[in-house]
Design a protein around this ligand. Sequence first.
Ligand code: GLC
Length: 419
Amino acid sequence: MLDTALLKEFQQPFLLSTDMIKHIAVQFRKAMYAGLCGKTSPLKMLPSFLAAPTGQEKGAYMALDFGGTNIRALLVELYGNGHYAVIRQRHTPLKTSSYDYTADSVSAEELFDFIASEIGQIAPAAALSLGHTFSFPSYQTNINNAKLITWTKELKTTGVENANITQLLSEALIRRGLAHIRPAAVINDTAGTLLTAAYSNPAADIGSICGTGHNTAYLEPWYHSTPMIINMESGNFDKLPLTIFDAKLDTNSEKPGQQLLEKSVSGRYLGELLRLIINAMIKNGLLPAIEAKRLNIPDAVTTKDLSLLMADSVIDLTTVLTLYERTSLQQIAALLQKRSAQLTAATFYGILCHIDPKLERRHHIAIDGSLYEKMPGYAQTIQATLTDLCGKSMTSLSTGLIKNGSGIGAAIAAAMAKK
Ligand code: GLC
């Protein structure tokens, strides 16, 4: 018989009450304020040098979406009035069984030469501006100049941190005979998501990624001479009620102490949290010994397993479990998912309280990423948590999926740079 008291002990630390969520939102808002004032803050609050688009940006642009272990090159046509089309695109992994451009044994030049040759596969002969979505914390001095502060999402390629990303890309394009493809803008994927949503919806002022990584950008109304999209790098927020499992995951990670919100929220880490919990449950006699080698391999349990568990699909992790044990595992998976969506909603509420404390204007939160798009119940939990936090004002707030924001957004940014 399962020890329900002990099971509750495992579950309890993952439960967030409304008061706790409100407290996190308050802390988040304070961290935004500190970051905007240049004080020490877990939020980098990086200016993008871009405001919202008008929706009338037009023309053909190349786009590069580089945000993790896959890259995507696109040829995009913007038609104005919020309409666009992807004319050509090409997805390529940066890591396969035969090569790994994300490893520290690879140089920045090798990585960007590879990226440039991928762009070359779909680039037309005509001269075109290119927008680059580079989804890592980067310090910008203008719309086309970004310096990588530090790799996140476990990338390690040598010589990119502190380097000028646009210069690395431009030089690689020239080396590959693609001098006619000229980088014109560099943005974060959260900014790309926001730009794409705002291209057709003027109420869009928050853009977020809930996928392999987690981060949010918003349109800052007060702190710059004109409204400006700020990449918060909110994945690094750290005023959180974390559990012993979060602490263990953090200690074993590439960069302990960094990206604590991302480590408790994003798809890159939810499976690993689940693996750590399952092992602790086995150790405490809450689950029988499960014959799955991957339980001993870091990162071998993935967010997909979390979804499969919750959908009650049979996987190697559940074959020896009784119905009751399987249900207890599903409850843990559901809690991890719920906490992720609640923490994300808390940060959205913190932003809303900063930009419009009385929630008097319309706001749209545009969200991209596999968790938001594919994980059953995820979008609904964000919505329900926001409704709980905003009360009646929720009528002026909407949330919704935006697909391809990092590719299209790069093209929009390139068009805005032209002006
Ligand atoms: C990581 C990156 C951030 C990006 C996010 C989503 O948190 O640091 O720049 O926006 O992942 O891809």
